[in-house]
Ligand binder design. Structure first.
Ligand code: HEC
Length: 286
């Protein structure tokens, strides 16, 4: 079934190194991608931590009841704009992870005056570096929403607060229901497009390498196509969940299945290639 020349343990050292380096990239790459998704979605339901409600909000929309005791921070205009689905996100991302962390952290903390000039980089410095080029009062593209008097000037707290101030809903009038809408269709198209090009390609490569191991055909039949199936279910459910809510469970489950199956495949490839595991012929001849 497995032609001799395709045995992983028989590959020349050059090919083994190439494959190992490739796996060293896509394995951790997948972890980073997952961390990024958790970071992006965890506040979708306006509560910390990644829960099913975050997926529900992002992919289906969520009705949230605010009880009188609970104080809910409704996102400010600026937080909307610089969050991952916002239009100003790309400018903020020019500053890299420190800039994103600084400004988002400050906005999520309620955009307090004492934090405005604090930190490295401070929210003030981030806004100066990445926003006032357009958002300044002296002839900027966004003159009507200025954060500073002029292009080179320091951003001013009072100006920034026009957009940064969160609105608090205290629910004093008794429980209120907020309707949180899902990710926009245009954003979902964009995300689908980005994922559909990249993920199946490395899933296929890793899957093919896995099929070159010496594990039994039964194991291969189950574990081989599993990650690709999970990708298909995952991406398909992003769209299905817009209309049929229970698909958010499929999103959650397929993410977990992908991660587990993909990790198993990578370990199996490395073990088979370097240690000759499940490859008795290779072992015997050495
Ligand atoms: C290249 C120019 C440019 C840069 C840089 C820029 N913006 Fe904007 N900003 C705009 C334009 C143009 C609009 C109006 C977009 C629209 O209405 O569709 C806008 C709109 C906004 C709005 C929403 C205004 C509204 O009423 O909806 C906010 C908030 C905002 N920007 C914040 C920021 C922040 C924060 C940064 C820095 C991270 C930033 N912008 C960087 C050009 C820019």
């Amino acid at each position: 079934m497995n032609p001799e020349f395709l045995r992983l343990s028989r590959l020349p050292l050059s090919a083994k190194l190439l494959v190992t380096l490739f796996l060293g990239l896509v394995g951790p790459g997948y972890l980073v991608g997952t961390a990024n998704i958790m970071f992006q979605h965890q506040d979708a339901d306006m509560e910390p931590g990644l829960t099913l409600d975050d997926l529900r909000r992002s992919f289906h929309g969520l009705e949230k009841t605010v009880t009188p005791e609970a104080e809910v921070t409704v996102r400010s205009l600026m937080l909307e704009q610089v969050s991952p689905e916002g239009e100003m996100r790309e400018y903020l991302e020019n500053g890299g992870e420190p800039a994103v962390r600084s400004l988002i952290g400050w906005l999520e903390g309620g955009a307090k005056e004492e934090g405005f000039a604090a930190g490295d980089p401070s929210p003030q410095a981030v806004i100066k570096a990445h926003c006032i080029e357009c958002h300044h009062a002296d002839g900027g593209d966004m003159e009507d929403l200025p954060f500073a008097a002029a292009d080179e000037a320091e951003p001013e707290y009072t100006l920034v607060m026009e957009a940064a101030e969160p609105e608090f809903q205290t629910g004093e009038q008794g429980p209120q229901t907020l309707t949180l809408s899902p990710t926009s269709v245009s954003r979902l198209v964009h995300v689908t497009h980005a994922h559909i090009l990249a993920i199946p390609v490395f899933t296929l490569l890793v899957g093919l390498l896995f099929l070159m191991t010496g594990f039994s055909e039964k194991i291969k039949l189950v574990l081989g196509p599993l990650p690709m199936l999970a990708v298909l279910l995952d991406i398909g459910s992003w769209w299905a969940a817009r209309f049929i809510e229970p698909f958010i469970y499929v999103i959650a489950a397929s993410g977990a299945i992908f991660g587990a199956a993909f990790a198993l495949q990578i370990l199996a490839i490395l073990a088979s290639m370097w240690l000759g595991i499940a490859d008795p012929k290779a072992k015997a001849s050495e």
